[in-house]
Design a protein around this ligand. Structure first.
Ligand code: NAI
Ligand code: MG
Length: 357
């Protein structure tokens, strides 16, 4: 029996609601398949922990996670704690401490969902966005001086290194190569940002030479937003910086129907450390506790986690079960339905227990 140790960090807002749903679905899968077992340990870290202990996770937090095979993460953020405290206190230390430099965000229109684009049928929007996850605009460099005075100054410095750009570019080309269309779009802003972004373009061309079977092109990030809306079928795999891909992937999620279905994986491709799997959305204070959070993003990232663990068949089965349920119209309010988190979760579990999924 293959056994995987999973660290669950539900954290804040709807995080605990969707992670509980995700763990239920994963448990049905591991019982059904019999081939593997998930050993889950939950960590009570997040904003409540911060209010009691002054930190979002203990000082030895990373050491306690290190031996796990994967991390299943909910969302962090509370109305009464500043967002930069929560983000820099929990999610970013894990991403950076475990060098999860590839952030992978698949988007497609699931069966039964109506997407906002008028001329976009099923199959016309099937993308994977690869976000550089270790440096760039979110490297944390910069500072503030003369606080509160008229001459106050703040700098926010983007860091691009040859090593960092090369490794994400290689990851993106490899991923594009593994997909049927073998198509990669490299996004920058190399007209206005003429140092780091020009280096991106140069490194893309260098790496491309090692992947002659991948067709690739370049887009400026502003023009990319229009292409995503007007010509979605012209895109497949997309690679961009930390900031650019952060923004583009929210747009992608909206174009596919809702933030509530969009998953993401923070991957250490070298597998030195556990990778982390999470929904893209945040803690959604406006719907916390109402029982209507869409659990599909968390299911989908659960499928990414299974895939990463080498359980590709179970991952595919989970996505088939999810699409069985979306096709049947069992949808939460963010997708225009009336179903609760509970009802969607039960329906997916039932589909998974069925014979032909
Ligand atoms: P959000 O993603 O929490 O919510 C945006 C909108 O989408 C809200 O109207 C919400 O109800 C809706 N929504 C999000 N997930 C949904 C789901 N599963 N089902 C149905 N509707 C859903 O973003 P917002 O409001 O900007 O941020 C709230 C908090 O979350 C902030 O503290 C923010 O810092 C944090 N956050 C944390 C993230 C993380 O942990 N990775 C990512 C994004 C935000
Ligand atoms: Mg974002």
């Amino acid at each position: 029996m293959r056994e995987y140790a999973i660290a669950a960090i539900p954290a804040d807002g709807i995080g605990p609601e969707v992670i509980a749903a995700g763990l239920e679905v994963l448990r049905v899968l591991d019982q059904r398949d019999g081939g593997f077992r998930l050993k889950v340990e939950e960590f009570p870290w997040g904003s409540e922990f911060y209010k009691r202990h002054g930190v979002l996770m203990p000082a030895d937090g990373l050491d306690r996670l290190r031996s796990f095979d994967a991390i299943y993460f909910g969302a962090v953020g509370a109305p009464d704690v500043p967002d930069h405290v929560t983000l820099w206190g929990l999610r970013l230390p894990i991403c950076q401490g475990f060098d999860q430099y590839a952030n992978v965000r698949p988007t497609r229109i699931l069966k039964g969902l109506t997407a906002p684009l008028r001329h976009c049928g099923p199959g016309d929007l099937d993308w994977v966005i690869v976000r550089e996850n270790s440096e760039g605009e979110y490297a944390g460099h910069g500072g503030r001086a003369h606080r509160g005075f008229p001459e106050e100054v703040a700098t926010e410095v983007a860091i691009f290194t040859r090593a960092g750009v090369s490794r994400i570019m290689r990851y993106a080309f490899r991923l594009a190569q593994s997909r049927p269309r073998k198509l990669l779009t490299v996004v920058t802003k190399s007209n206005a940002q003429r140092h780091g972004m020009v280096m991106w373009d140069e490194i893309a061309a260098e790496v491309a030479a090692d992947f002659p079977d991948v067709t690739w092109d370049k887009m400026l990030v502003d023009a990319m937003t229009t292409r995503m809306v007007l010509k979605p079928a012209s895109l497949d795999t997309i690679v961009a910086t930390n900031l650019h891909a952060d923004i583009l992937s929210d747009l992608a999620a909206a174009l596919a129907g809702s933030l509530g279905i969009a998953p993401t994986a923070n991957i250490d491709p070298e597998r030195r450390f556990p990778s982390m799997f999470e929904p893209i959305h945040g803690s959604a204070f406006d719907i916390t506790g109402k029982g209507i959070a869409n659990p599909i993003a968390t299911f989908w990232t659960g499928a990414q986690m299974l895939e990463h663990l080498g359980e590709g068949a179970a991952a595919a089965r989970l996505m088939r079960a999810v699409e069985r349920v979306t096709e049947a119209g069992i949808l939460t309010p963010d997708l225009g339905g009336k179903a609760t988190t509970r009802e969607v979760t039960d329906a997916v579990c039932e589909a998974l227990r069925g014979e032909n999924v």
